[in-house]
Write a protein that binds this ligand. Structure first.
Ligand code: NAD
Length: 257
């Protein structure tokens, strides 16, 4: 039996984008708690530094790096800084992304579509492309996990965002096949409503979505961190190419009306 109950990421080198808030921050905390050294990469560098400080430790393990995933040069510089600090990259987690304030389809112009694609699809494309040379050199079960959305899998409005998130599902599948022979696993999660700051300005907050959820609550960032760390871990060593809904049952169906 090869079951190993010990910390799953002891000595692993992990880069998380969009790591200063919400889901990304929770992922950082879970990886660090299981022994990883983490680079906390975000547009909001001040909060990224606070995240690193809050992790404690000797101050040498983790690093905050500023990145704008919509700029290729910025992503390349971030990945190099991460690899220099950590001495390589074993796990890349693509969290940076978010909704674009568009209204109805007809009044959403090309600029909004381009913004949604740049942030949610191309940001992850750039991060993976820049990280691949390092992941290929990894000897610690290299893995990529990206954060898509249930919006990719069921119509919930916001077409530009939803289409970009569905692009991640396809990217995940394609790269899993391409990178499988190199031993690099590629997976994604599709979160339902997660209580993060993005819901703060909406009337009723995240809880207004509660009736959609068979499990009777909306999600928390930790719900996603649990799934992301599972997919990045040795526990998922024969899982690749999947987008795992983490959705409190949303996609499964509705109670009778
Ligand atoms: N909250 C939800 O209900 C929900 C549901 C499904 C999917 N998601 C996805 O989860 C991810 C995280 O969302 P969240 O709810 O934690 O939101 P959040 O706003 O709390 O976190 C997003 C993080 O990305 C960073 N970021 C934004 N633009 C960036 C850029 N150009 N370059 C680098 N970093 C950038 C932000 O500073 C922030 O730290 C996003 O990809 C989002 O689309 C969220």
């Amino acid at each position: 039996m090869s079951y190993d109950p010990g910390p799953r990421f002891l000595g692993s080198l992990v880069l998380v984008t969009g790591a200063a808030h919400g889901i990304g921050r929770a992922c950082v905390e879970w990886f660090a708690a299981e022994g990883a050294r983490v680079v906390v990469a975000d547009l909001d560098i001040e909060t990224a530094r606070e995240v690193v400080e809050a992790l404690g430790g000797s101050g040498q393990e983790h690093l905050a790096v500023e990145v704008d995933v919509t700029e290729d040069g910025s992503v390349r510089a971030c990945v190099e800084a991460a690899s220099d600090h950590l001495g390589g990259i074993d796990v890349l987690v693509n969290v940076a992304g978010g909704g674009i304030p568009n209204k109805d389809f007809e009044s959403t112009g090309d600029d909004m579509w381009a913004r949604a694609m740049e942030l949610n699809l191309m940001g992850t494309v750039r991060s993976i492309r820049a990280s691949l040379p390092h992941l290929r050199r990894s000897t610690r079960h290299p893995a990529i996990v990206s954060v898509s959305s249930v919006n990719a899998l069921v119509a919930l409005g916001g077409e530009p965002y939803s289409a970009a998130k569905l692009g991640l599902v396809s990217l995940t599948r394609g790269l899993a096949v391409e990178l499988g022979p190199a031993g690099i696993r590629v997976n994604a999660v599709a979160p339902g409503t997660i209580r993060s700051r993005v819901w703060d300005n909406q009337e009723g907050g995240a809880d207004r979505m509660l009736p959609l959820y068979p499990l009777g609550r909306v999600g928390e960032p930790d719900d996603i961190a649990g799934a992301v760390t599972f997919l990045a871990s040795r526990d998922a060593s024969w899982i690749t190419g999947h987008t795992l809904p983490v959705d409190g049952g949303l996609l499964t169906g509705h109670r009778q009306v």
